[in-house]
Design a protein around this ligand. Sequence first.
Ligand code: GLN
Length: 562
Amino acid sequence: MKKNQEKKVEEKLSNCKYIFVVGGVISGVGKGVTASSIARILSDKGQVVTAIKIDPYINIDAGTMNPTEHGEVFVLDDGDETDQDMGNYERFLGVDLSRTNYMTTGRVYQSVIQRERNLEFNGACVQVVPHIPFEVIHRIEEARDKAKADVVIIEIGGTVGEYENILFLEAARMMKLRQPNNVFFVMVSYLPVPGNLGEMKTKPTQHAVRTLNSSGIQPDLIVARSVLPLDDRRKEKISMFCNVPKDRVISAPDEGSIYDIPINFEKEGLSNIICEAMGLTCSIEKNENAKKWEKFAKATHSYNGELKIAVVGKYFSTGDFTLADSYLSVIEAIKYSAYTSGKKPVLTWISSIDFEKDPKTIKNLSQYDGIIVPGGFGSRGIEGILMAVEYARKHKIPYFGLCYGMQMMIIEYARNVLGLKDANTREVNPNSKAIVIDVMDDQKEKIEKKNMGGSMRLGAYPADIKKGTIAGNAYKTSVISERHRHRYEVSNEYKDSLEKAGMIFSGMSPDGKLCEIAELSTSKHPFFLGTQFHPEFKARPLSPHPLFSAFIKACINNKETK
Ligand code: GLN
């Protein structure tokens, strides 16, 4: 019996389908969202889908990169610090991924070199080709096995023609040669509409396909990204010159909401095209999740009123684009809870340094229905953040602190309620007389040895939740699991006095040593809560995060009673 089952799994795995998503012309046109949307529509057709992101840089993970340049660092349950696209996959697919779903050039080389040191190559000369592509294939298969997937979507970072991603394309080419019917190539290309011409141009896409051809790969389908929908003439041109059947040229114009993209793909019949091309048996009926998805996408267009939310942080560069990328999961988490409650969230990014420069501008915060302080590192702008926390507490504006935002909440309370004027975090002032946020014991050595990459308290940890608190009422369960990324924590030396002064630690690590959630009683403030973890990493469109939803509810009440 067991043997039979094993055989079935083996058969399934050898029949697995691989869809590579590559970029043409320019990056940043939604390759990640395209890959996520394909994953979504195939999973709605009853397929078990998993997704892999390949980042062609040398970094072992995204944890050491500056988020204002590279975008958010997305943390997985197992603590892997990855690219923000991994967040899109999890949110679109509604699954938890793991480190097998993420690879970088650094990671691939590191394991090949390690295996060479372990004498695993039996005296052979270890070469860039074929050993690097072999390792890439091995990792893809590992992710497939872990998910027991019918379909693996693999997004290759960058655009075709770059040196950096060439070995990943080589791996894809080899896979196609081995299993021609199981490998499918999607190219996400960009069609510019130059202002002076007012006409959509296909030539850059033609060149991109030729470049991909020179790696031995022919795209099976082209997703044509542009400001406008593709007309019939352009579809014909791309089909003719790029050697792709016309119905496999998919129009993907800019959309107001990324959640419309899977729906638009289905209007073009994309899942059927892929299923037919790869011999996948797909269900015809819309499943429950597809219906729920449509409902959520609709809610992003029809709402009854807006909520004004201030996101206060220590921003290095302003400009909505940079910030939107650095805090992508926070923005998405707010959207899920707000739209599900029938409200459109309108976010304003406020640099805390402005409050430091001109303290009276703090009053401007009164116009907001709620205030969020997201995660952060270092000392710049923290006095301004503390001014914002104090304002939110005293004026009873709903306040939600995420990681650094929770630590700031504790410092503010220690300073202004406990009267410890010098209170601070060790990260900012190691000479403070009241270090209320201290470094975790196991972190001290790592910091001394400059062992900084991938060494924070990372990934999912459980916490016990106190009944009858804001957290307890929101989660409706006594044990939770949330994702972390920090080195510092509330110092136990000050826990008692903080509690005596009214701070409630409504979430604690199971051993009772680490404070995970802090809040004030609703008799004192409608919503003043901070989490040592990052709840935003677990918010999904079809299951909004309970704490974000509780915060949004408080914002709605605040707005209605103003
Ligand atoms: N800098 C703080 C720490 O390391 C908070 C980190 C964060 O907000 N992710 O503990």
